[in-house]
Design a protein around this ligand. Sequence first.
Ligand code: 5GP
Ligand code: ZN
Length: 137
Amino acid sequence: MGVKFMDCIFCKIIAGEIPSYKVYEDDNVFAFLDIAPVNVGHTLVIPKKHYENMEDISEEELCNLARVVKRIGKSIKEGLGVKGYNININNKEVAGQIVPHLHFHIIPREEGDGLKLWSQGKYNEGEAEKAVNKIKI
Ligand code: 5GP
Ligand code: ZN
């Protein structure tokens, strides 16, 4: 069930206070079209409970959300006739998160749509080893 945050735009969308094109809804999850789509059908999938980001949601609830993402991905692919899609979470402002209510982006992809996600670099000597030692669980 939804726990609403007063000033959260996505909580208002869930509550129907701001209109949206609803793609999916169940007791815990809501999905709707992004107002400024990267490509037609760009969908946002959100938990009804307000969590700011991935760090705040439980693993169990995240798994539940991911199950819906998978289903909507299939529906986007079949419904729009696209060959693939990107799934993305911008986690925190530094990563491009603008709306502080956790959301998956599902972005349908067209051949030659020109969307370039990120540029990649390479490791300097010893850098990968240092990084993996800091990260590994
Ligand atoms: P973020 O950068 O936080 O990962 O993405 C937020 C997304 O929410 C953006 O892609 C933006 O277009 C979308 N968005 C912001 N406000 C609204 C709104 O009022 N309605 C809908 N449908 N999408 C919104
Ligand atoms: Zn919210």
